[in-house]
Structures are given as C-alpha cells and as structure tokens.
Design a protein around this ligand. Structure first.
Ligand code: URA
Length: 245
C-alpha cells in the first residue's frame, strides 16, 4: 500500500506534515535516492526515505528497557529530573513515555515506549501482567507475614491479588499482577515492616538486562518486542506457571 511521504514522516515522529512539505520544497527529502520535490508523493513498504541524506527509521512504535536509577521520577514532565532526561535527544524526539510508575527511590526495569495502546493494555488490571521486585526490609520477614501478603490484604477498598514471595531473612522477591500506588511498600507496611530498597527485576515476560547500569537503557530486541506485545495475553506468569503444574 502506498502512503504519502508527509504522513510517513509524521507517523515516524520525524517531523510534522507541514515541516515535511517545507523540507521537500528545499530538496531535503529523497525517495530511494531520488530527491522528491513534494511531500504529496507516496512511498510503499520496501521504499527507503532519506531526510538530509540519512535513511529514516519507518517504525511507528519504539520499545526500550531502562534500568531506572533512584532520584528521577517516572513522568514526562516534572520540576525535578525525569526518566526521559536520560534519553538521547534523538530518542526523546520519538514521543516516548514510561509505562507506569516506579517510585522516585525505586530502581530497575522500566519499559519506555511511544505505543499508547500497548502501554494501556500492559497497565490494565484486567490483564494481570506480572511484575517482580527484589526487596530489602528493615526487619526479618516471618513465614506468617509472607503468607498473609501472598494471600491478599485489604487495599484501596479491594483485596490485593495473590502474590508470590520468596525470601530469606530481610531480603527476597515478590511477584504481583497489579500495580496499585506504592503497592509493595504498602503491603510490607501492612505487616508492620518497611521496604528499605526496591528494584524491579521483571515486567511480564521481560527481565532486566544485567549489563545495563542504573541510568542506562537500550532498545528491545525483536524477540523481546514480540514477547512484550504478547504480554497482555500471556503476561500472567503466575497463572501460566500454575497451569503448567
Ligand atoms: N511498589 C512500590 O511500593 N513502589 C514502586 O516503585 C513499585 C511498586
């Protein structure tokens, strides 16, 4: 199917349609090597569009994983540093935003994308996409308290969904399938404990790449992207594991 070049450029977050018209008039746009004089011209799937001599990336959606550092907030704008401030100017221009929120002091896996519909699905409580956190607590966790938290506690007029907890002493991992505000900290607070360190180590089918230092990010591989896109259907690892058992 043929699509107008100005539409392709705006959908790829490269420039607006009016900027594309101006760029074409100035001879800045080429199609398969030949300069186009009007952005009304159309291109099809395999065609290569160049802007200022560089081939453009025609993907509409981009997916990244970041190892979020402490000290920045998961928002697109704030009075302090945001996770978007860690992106390169080229990536930032893609209209990216974080999928959900980690607290300012929480570190670890954050998905960043410009795919609004997918983000919505990944965050929907109905989709039960699992998230695993490594935690450190102020005091040792007892088996009894872990069982209370695993089976569900009152929160926001509701009961938290079953959680999977593995621990030894004051440290462990907890997997939940929802994302209530400050959920993990509030869960441990419910049993009179306190989270002193929290790191998200997985989100749905994706695990934090251990080669990413805090503050670093990278684009997802095609395999990871495929798994993430399937997560709203297959994301509930716990149900999946239980169904295999
Ligand atoms: N639960 C929390 O309490 N904080 C986070 O950042 C994420 C989950």
């Amino acid at each position: 199917m043929k699509t107008r070049i100005d539409k392709i450029l705006s959908e790829s977050n490269i420039m607006t349609r009016s900027q594309a018209r101006e760029a074409a008039k100035k001879g800045r746009i080429a199609l398969n090597g030949a300069v186009v004089r009007s952005s009304d011209e159309k291109a099809e799937e395999g065609d290569v569009i160049y802007v200022d001599g560089k081939p453009i990336d025609r993907r509409k959606f981009f997916y990244y994983m970041m190892n979020k550092p402490a000290g920045c907030v998961c928002a697109t704008e704030d009075s302090g540093p945001t996770v978007l401030d860690l992106l390169s100017p080229g990536d930032k221009a893609r209209g990216l935003f974080p999928v959900g929120r980690l607290d300012k002091d929480t570190v670890g896996l954050l998905i960043i994308t410009n795919d609004g519909p997918l983000a919505h699905e990944l965050l929907s409580p109905k989709k039960h996409v699992s998230k695993t956190y490594f935690f450190k607590l102020e005091r040792e966790l007892s088996r009894r308290d872990a069982d209370v938290l695993s089976s569900g506690i009152p929160m926001d007029g509701d009961t938290t969904k079953p959680a999977l907890i593995t621990f030894e002493g004051r440290e462990g991992t907890i997997t939940v399938t929802e994302g209530k505000f400050h959920q993990i900290k509030r869960m441990f607070g419910y049993v009179g404990n306190k989270v002193t360190y929290l790191k998200r180590i997985s989100f749905g089918p994706l695990e934090l790449d251990s080669s990413l230092a805090e503050g670093e990010y990278r684009i997802l591989s095609p395999e990871e992207t495929k798994k993430l896109l399937a997560a709203p259907v297959s994301g509930n690892i716990m149900q999946y594991e239980q169904s295999k058992a």
